[in-house]
Each structure stands twice: as structure tokens, then as C-alpha cells.
Design a binder for this molecule. Structure first.
Ligand code: SF4
Length: 312
């Protein structure tokens, strides 16, 4: 069976001779469809409605490879695989086969999918999926409509709650794209809502991809993204968000931080265990939105000074 693997994943198992600056923490796989996904999300290169190359997802190349060939190699290098689905005829049945194959080699599996029936969620759990990713993407229902998500917002929210009842609290990771036109207050409320039903949030910076309907939309500012990261970390850790962050002025009250390590943790890629998605949404040349490893984080005091309410 064909499957796509991120170029960094293939480099880690020696399938391609490409130098990568940071090794992926997880084997990143993407369900194969030559015509792309039947969903029409405006920002997504995999959408069949976009003219973007189907070898891309975000700014990363995902060559097609044989699942049977790469599965044992992946298991020698990685402990977890992330399988991202696309919508196509019989995609759920194919996903079960993918999951069973990877499980056979001992890989733990994070499955990222659009809403699917409850029975399939339970079966995926039996087959070896222990974390579920959900592409809610938009911070509000109106943004979901504006970016042409395939299902109504409420369907995603119901799905998140059902998935938590199957996989457990903290094991349903909701993908949120920062910078689709939401306000800081809106994304803060959505992050709180996700954690309140037992989910967790993984942040992605909006990335304009050539050939998609959103190719000319602006990227979020780093300052805005950092503030959202700190909010996400605060909500996940039970810290008082409104005391820590001034949502109107978009700045941080440093004196409310108990330690600088809290900021370090906030800036790392959030998501399933070991998920670091190196350079998924940015070039390695600049400061990344999500830091894939603590080694790359600049001196935290300097970074925090730029975000402090005392100087802004
Ligand atoms: S958080 Fe990372 S590993 Fe988990 S589903 Fe999302 S991309 Fe995959």
C-alpha cells in the first residue's frame, strides 16, 4: 500500500539522503491519495480543490513510499508514528490497515482524523492507537465556514468529546491553526473549551502554501503566536490565564510567572508525546513558531522582555 512520509521521517530511516537540522521525534505519515483530500480547506495543499502539489502538506514534502517496506525501518528508529488521514472513498477501512501494519511492528500510534463513527474509534484503540489528533483548525465556527472546513463546527466539538470518552482525558489532541483571522480572546476561549472537555491543544501557525486558496493570506506575527503559546501552556497547566496575559494589550505579566521554565515549556511544539514537527510551518533560517527542541530556544529572558507588559 502506498503511504506518504515526511521527508524528515524518510531521512531519519535512511530512505533519502537529505540533511535535516532536527530529527523528527515521531514518524510522520500521511494517507495517500493521488487526487488529494475530498475536503476543501482553503489553507491545505492536500485539498483536491487546490492546485498545490499533492507531495506537500504545509511547507513539507511527503514522498509516497510503500508502507510494507518502510514500516519495519520506522520501528527501528521511532517509538511512535503519527498517521494523518485524508478524506477519500473507503479511507477509514484503509486507515485500519495502516494502523494494524504499524502496530504489528510495535509502533505506538497517534491517528489524526476528521470525525468518524464511534465504532471506528473503539476499533482503532484496540488496534493500537493511543492518541487521537483532531483537525479542528479554526478557532471559531465562522472561521471554520470561511476556510471551508468539511463539517460543521459542532460536529468537530461533539467528536472531540466522544473521542475523549474512548481514549481518555489528555489523549485527544486538537489541532488549532493560529492566524486564520481569529482574535486573541476567541482563540483563548476555544483553548479553554477544549481542555474543559478533556482534550489538549496542539498549535500550528497558519502557513500560506502556493496553489491553495489561502496562498496570499498573511502569516501570524511571532508576538501573537508566542502569546497564544503561553496561553495554551497556562490553560493546560491550570494557571490563571487572565492574570498572566493581558489579552487586550497582547503582553505577559512577568511577575505572575513562577519560573522561566514555564515559558520554555510553552514555546516547545505541543501535542502527542515526542511530537516536535521540525520546521513544519517555517523555514529553518528564521525563529520558528514552534521550537522542536529546547536547544534552539534563545535566552528566555530576552524573549520574554519583548513580550512583557512592563515594556510594551
Ligand atoms: S500532535 Fe503531533 S503526533 Fe499528535 S496527531 Fe498532531 S501532528 Fe500527530
Amino acid at each position: 500500500m502506498l503511504i506518504r512520509a515526511s521527508i524528515g521521517t524518510l531521512a531519519a530511516i535512511g530512505e533519502v539522503d537529505t540533511k535535516t537540522l532536527v530529527r523528527p521525534g515521531v514518524a510522520y505519515l500521511l494517507q495517500y491519495s493521488d487526487r488529494g483530500c475530498l475536503g476543501g480547506c482553503y489553507f491545505c495543499a492536500q485539498s483536491s480543490q487546490s492546485i498545490a502539489s499533492k507531495d506537500f502538506l504545509s511547507r513539507v514534502v511527503w514522498p509516497a513510499v510503500s508502507l510494507e517496506d518502510v514500516a519495519p525501518k520506522l520501528a527501528r528508529v521511532f517509538s511512535r508514528a503519527c498517521v494523518q488521514s485524508v478524506i477519500k472513498p473507503d479511507f477509514i477501512a484503509e486507515l485500519h490497515e495502516v494502523v494494524r501494519t504499524l502496530s504489528h511492528y510495535g509502533l505506538k500510534i497517534s491517528l489524526s482524523t476528521t470525525p468518524i463513527p464511534d465504532e471506528d474509534l473503539k476499533l482503532f484503540k484496540q488496534e493500537g492507537v493511543d492518541y487521537l489528533g483532531v483537525g479542528l483548525d479554526a478557532a471559531t465556527p465562522s472561521i471554520a465556514t470561511r476556510v471551508n472546513k468539511p463539517y460543521p463546527y459542532g460536529v468537530y466539538l461533539d467528536f472531540i468529546s466522544k473521542a475523549v470518552s474512548v481514549f481518555g482525558r489528555g489523549r485527544v489532541v486538537v489541532h488549532l491553526i493560529v492566524g486564520l483571522g481569529e482574535t486573541l480572546k476567541e482563540i483563548t476561549e476555544t483553548i479553554k473549551q477544549v481542555y474543559s472537555v478533556g482534550g489538549a491543544v496542539s498549535l500550528f501557525a497558519f502557513t500560506p502554501v502556493k496553489g491553495t486558496s489561502a496562498e496570499s493570506w498573511p502569516r501570524p506575527s511571532l508576538r501573537y503566536y508566542r502569546i497564544v503559546q503561553i496561553i495554551n501552556y497556562a490553560v493546560a497547566s491550570g494557571l490563571p490565564v487572565e492574570e498572566l496575559v493581558d489579552l487586550n494589550r497582547m503582553c505577559v505579566h512577568e511577575d505572575k510567572l513562577s519560573s522561566l521554565s514555564e515559558v520554555t515549556m510553552a514555546l516547545l511544539t505541543s501535542g502527542c508525546p515526542m511530537c516536535n514537527r521540525p520546521y513544519y510551518t517555517e523555514s529553518p533560517k528564521g525563529e520558528p513558531y514552534n521550537f522542536p527542541t529546547t536547544d534552539l530556544i534563545p535566552p528566555i529572558r530576552d524573549l520574554l522582555r519583548k513580550l512583557s507588559c512592563d515594556v510594551s
